[in-house]
Design a protein around this ligand. Structure first.
Ligand code: NAG
Ligand code: NAG
Ligand code: NAG
Ligand code: NAG
Ligand code: ZN
Length: 319
């Protein structure tokens, strides 16, 4: 018995200590996807339901963390650079051609590239020519997850600190890092005010969408003319928020408490809301079929890059 408790404890500690380096935590993804679900058109809602795995029971939000769950597993490690895009230290801006690549400097392998990739795949939904080529269930889960991730400011944070992962500090009395604070801990602290009832927090954000931000929502939803997705814009917003509010007063070794929580929580709520609104708008455009990829799904689903500049963690003088 005591051994069992001991082992359970080990497993618990292990799960607990594993750094949540990959995205909004489970709650954050659940919130964005739940908000999106409520804003889907009939066509999009039907398409989503038809693509969801059976165990989701028709609920997109319940499987929005799937890409995090698999990203460390054998066979899926290729997907782990797709959760974020790092930007050069203290520049506070984002550039697709400069920033979107993985450690091996392979182009398009970042969260913005992945959003282009999976929305293009999903837009083949009604085109039977592609049915063998892509797993649209995976495409839906990846897209829904990555639209959430890109709204977490530190998923577009600085290269040098790995999006805040190497900024070790305290969240109240708990040792953590800045990335994890933004993925999970701010939301967790906020949840205490809702008696840990996630649905109440979601309802509250929904109310804000209707009452506090109604005049902003059309701009959140829209992309350029004929554009289905516009992840570059979201990434640029994220690094801007990171510079103005996330990194500020959060140096290594500092202790973040009420002052930081109460001033940053509004930004977290807004990013979650924007993620949800934009995921719905994107899925609504994809399944409306207005945008059909007439060209074949090859490299031209990604923005074209003429410059050779690629930002490198070891040598940022190049960017
Ligand atoms: C695009 O999607 C395919 C299928 O999941 C994957 O193999 C590829 O790595 C993805 N590329 C990017 C940049 O997302
Ligand atoms: C599509 O992907 C899901 C999730 O990885 C998997 O369970 C399913 O079997 C795949 N479908 C096909 C037809 O390969
Ligand atoms: C948008 O798409 C329509 C239809 O394909 C086309 O006629 C129009 O020129 C496009 N507009 C822009 C700005 O690309
Ligand atoms: C860093 O990049 C600059 C500009 O591309 C180059 O001149 C320099 O040799 C590089 N340094 C290292 C250590 O790679
Ligand atoms: Zn993630």
């Amino acid at each position: 018995m005591s051994l069992l408790i001991f082992l359970t404890g080990i497993v618990f500690i292990f799960l607990y200590v594993l750094p949540g380096t990959h995205s909004w935590g489970k709650e954050g993804h659940y919130i964005t996807c739940k908000i999106a679900e409520g804003l889907l058109s009939r066509e999009a809602s039907e398409a989503v339901k038809s693509l969801l795995p059976e165990y989701a029971n028709g609920d997109l939000a319940s499987v929005c963390s799937w890409p995090d769950e698999v990203s460390h597993r054998a066979g899926w490690r290729w997907s782990s650079p797709l959760h974020y895009v790092d930007t050069p230290d203290f520049r506070c801006n984002y550039d697709y051609c400069r920033d979107c690549h993985d450690f091996a400097r392979s182009r398009n392998r970042c969260v913005t590239g992945a959003i282009y990739n999976y929305s293009a795949q999903l837009s083949t939904y009604k085109n039977s020519k592609f049915t063998d080529q892509y797993n649209l269930t995976e495409a839906l889960l990846f897209l829904s997850h990555f639209v959430g991730d890109i709204h977490q400011p530190l998923h577009c944070g600085f290269l040098g600190d790995e999006g805040g992962n190497t900024i070790i500090l305290h969240w109240y009395r708990r040792k953590s890092n800045l990335h994890h604070v933004w993925d999970t801990l701010i939301i967790e602290t906020a949840l205490k005010k809702y008696n840990m009832d996630l649905s109440m927090m979601i309802e509250d954000i929904r109310t804000s969408i209707l009452e506090d931000w109604p005049s902003d929502v059309p701009a959140w939803e829209s992309c350029g003319v004929n554009q289905t997705v516009c992840p570059n814009w979201y990434a640029a917003e994220s690094i801007s928020v990171a510079c103005k509010f996330v990194y500020k007063n959060a140096s290594p070794g500092s202790t973040l408490g009420d002052d930081y929580f109460f001033t940053r929580m509004p930004h977290v709520r807004k990013r979650l809301a924007q993620g949800g609104v934009r995921l719905a708008a994107t899925l609504n455009r994809i399944f409306l079929g207005g945008y059909s990829l007439l060209y074949h799904l090859t490299d031209d689903i990604f923005p074209e890059c003429s410059s050779n500049t690629i930002c490198d963690r070891e040598n940022q003088s190049a960017c």
